[in-house]
Design a binder for this molecule. Structure first.
Ligand SMILES: [Mg+2]
Length: 401
């Protein structure tokens, strides 16, 4: 079997997403995806990756990962690694289809049939445009209840109602990020006392409404310097969050993180912004990671995600897989989550899952009573909906043998 064609698919309505399809001369096609800088990833895939992949055996997943290892750009979530992540996901999809087995079986089988989800409280339009991770790109509605699952608007203003609604659907954990507007106001250098109090309001509402029945994850999006992060973490302690995610600006030194962990008993979740085992190792070695967060479409793909999880396991550290980017990443992550025993929860965004994710893929991982499981078909168990390539505004680009 040979790879004879690499195709990228970009859909106008979702300009951050780049889908990849790897075709073989036996008619089997693998699907992958990555997020952010979609046009740049597309350019890399056709210019650099395709010439190394075409004509090769797609089942040699590891050999191809080595063939795609860049000379520079290898140690971050840059364009090369994001593109390679998408290819790796597609190659595992091909392998599963050839074997007639779902991806989780190839990874050693499921350790559980399903895992609990937590809801990342984004709305349907969150980070829809190429504006990056910024308040201006939150996609907030004009008015309340404009669309279903306006969970970002809800956590800012009605966190108590939101917590009750999630619990009623069987979801027992939620992630919110009420500190971001103040980080933007001060460039992450400072937070005023009244701003800190305003950002704590959703936590007060949740605890007053449902007590500890709802678990809370706090997302800080890597926006803060050390003194401000220290203040925020101290203030959050009384709300007993499951974890506090990415408090410091990326590029921090382990010693800076050590300074931060010394003021809190909260668990720190770090970090889907990292790629490759080498980036996690120094933080794990120094005991600074409470939960190792991994984005399968940024870290190097399914292959590297499994290695990072094994590394974390050696330090008795749980792993969590990132969603809130695109549907293929959620599907691949769900396969990983059920197969790895050091995963206790899978991220999902119900606003995306119940809305546009289903408009792009044939099958999504079923979610029932707050539990997610992989779709049953071979490989990922899903495909791009066939009409996508015919939609107005879809850009496909092909490099073939
Ligand atoms: Mg995050």
């Amino acid at each position: 079997m040979k790879i004879n064609r690499l195709e990228t698919v970009r859909v106008a309505a979702f300009p951050n997403l780049c889908f990849v399809r790897v075709y073989t001369d036996e008619g089997i096609v693998g699907l992958g995806e990555t997020f952010f800088g979609a046009a740049e990833v597309e350019s890399y895939l056709h210019g650099t990756a395709a010439p190394r992949l075409l004509g090769c055996d797609p089942l040699s997943v590891e050999r191809l990962a080595q063939a795609l290892r860049p000379y520079v750009g290898a140690t971050s979530t840059g364009v090369e690694v994001r593109g390679n992540s998408a290819v790796d996901i597609a190659l595992w999809d091909i392998l599963g289809k050839v074997c007639g087995q779902p991806l989780y079986q190839l990874l050693g089988g499921a350790t559980r049939d399903s895992v609990p989800v937590y809801n990342t409280c984004a709305g349907p339009e969150y980070i829809r445009t190429p504006g990056g991770q910024a308040v201006a790109n939150w996609g907030l509605p004009e008015s309340r209840h404009t669309r279903r699952y306006e969970d970002l608007e809800a956590f800012l203003h009605h966190a108590d109602e939101l917590a009750r609604d999630l619990l009623a659907s069987g979801i027992r954990a939620m992630k919110i990020w009420p500190f971001d507007p103040y980080a933007e106001r001060w460039g992450g250098q400072y937070i005023r006392p009244e701003e800190l109090q305003a950002a704590l309001e959703p936590f007060r509402k949740i605890r007053a409404a449902v007590g500890d029945e709802m678990e809370i994850m706090v997302e800080l999006h890597g926006l803060w310097n050390l003194p401000a992060a220290r203040q925020i973490l101290r203030a959050l302690e009384e709300f007993r969050p499951v974890w506090i995610e990415d408090p410091l600006r990326p590029g921090y030194q382990p010693v800076t993180l050590r300074e931060l962990t010394s003021v809190t008993s909260s668990v720190l979740a770090l970090s889907e912004t990292l790629a490759g085992r080498g980036a996690y190792l120094p933080l794990l070695e120094q005991g600074l990671v409470g939960v190792a967060l991994v984005d399968v479409a940024w870290c190097g793909g399914v292959s590297e995600a499994k290695r990072i999880a094994s590394l974390a396991e050696a330090y008795l550290t749980p792993v969590g897989f990132h969603d809130c980017t695109g549907p293929v990443a959620l599907v691949a992550s769900t396969h990983l989550s059920v197969s790895l025993h050091n995963v206790f929860v899978q991220e999902m965004v119900r606003a995306h899952y119940s809305g546009w994710y289903g408009e792009l893929l044939s099958d999504l991982p079923p979610v029932e009573a707050g539990q997610i499981r992989p779709p049953p078909g071979p490989g990922l168990g899903t495909e791009l909906r066939p009409d996508i390539v015919e939609r107005a505004g879809t850009t496909t680009r092909v490099t073939s043998l």
